[in-house]
Design a protein around this ligand. Structure first.
Ligand code: CTP
Ligand code: CA
Length: 213
């Protein structure tokens, strides 16, 4: 056996929110804590996978044995994915990517109108779909997407699975935000694979890493 054969499988995990700056001190972001993505990275590293964790701005400790790449915006995350995904074997796209960013970033603080500012309307542009972009060329590699839905969860998640070219999608309810446990439905191309009601994210993370084998 060559050294090459012994190399552990390389898994990419994205986690946390992205942050889209309006000016030097203000930004658009979302409620993601990064807990699920970090738990998956930890569980995968514990099982001997080589793990690259691409993390948005979060307050989380890097799990032992995990290579962490910190990013801020959705476009930063896309650049990191383009660098690391081509050499990887699977991806868990747990990050809560911002769908919009300000059309421009003001050099100085955005001022109120009476101070000579631009007014009260913030122009936005759409961020690219990071997962759809990189998964278009995934080949046989496993792609696990995530979705947080507030209504029609299973149907909407199943649709996203197809448009993003994923093999699985992990559906969370909004109660999962910032919590240590969550209710999760795993969906593949044929439908629901399993459901876990109000289980610790660390335990669900282990079940998700099982998808790699
Ligand atoms: N995702 C992504 N790039 C984006 C938005 C989402 O890669 N610009 C990924 C997320 O990391 C997740 C999956 O796509 O794995 C689903 O994210 P979600 O926000 O539920 O889907 P959207 O397509 O953005 O749809 P929605 O309008 O419901 O937010
Ligand atoms: Ca979204």
């Amino acid at each position: 056996m060559t050294l090459e054969d012994e190399k552990p499988l390389h898994v990419i995990v994205t986690a946390g929110p992205t942050r889209e700056y309006i000016d030097p001190v203000r930004y658009l972001s979302n409620e993601s804590s990064g807990t699920m993505g970090f738990a998956i990275a930890r569980a995968a590293a514990e099982r001997g996978y080589r793990v690259t964790l691409i993390a948005g701005p979060v307050h989380q400790e890097t799990p032992p044995g995990v290579d962490r790449v910190d990013v801020v915006s959705a476009l930063d995350m896309l650049a990191a994915l383009k660098e690391h995904f081509p050499g990887a074997d699977a991806i868990f796209m747990a990050a809560a990517v911002g769908d919009f960013r300000p059309a421009e970033r003001f050099e100085g603080k955005w001022k109120r109108k009476e101070e000579g500012g631009d007014g009260t309307t913030l122009a936005l542009v759409e961020n690219p779909d990071l997962l759809a972009t990189i998964a278009a060329e995934k080949g046989a590699r496993k792609v696990i997407a995530f979705a947080l839905e507030t209504a029609d969860g299973e149907a909407r998640a199943a649709k996203k699975l197809i448009t993003k070219n994923a093999d699985y999608i992990v559906l969370n309810g909004a109660a999962a935000l910032n919590a240590a446990s969550s209710s999760v439905t795993l969906i593949d191309r044929k439908g629901v694979v399993w459901k876990r009601e109000d289980r610790p994210k660390s335990e669900t993370a282990g079940r998700l890493v099982d998808l790699l084998t």
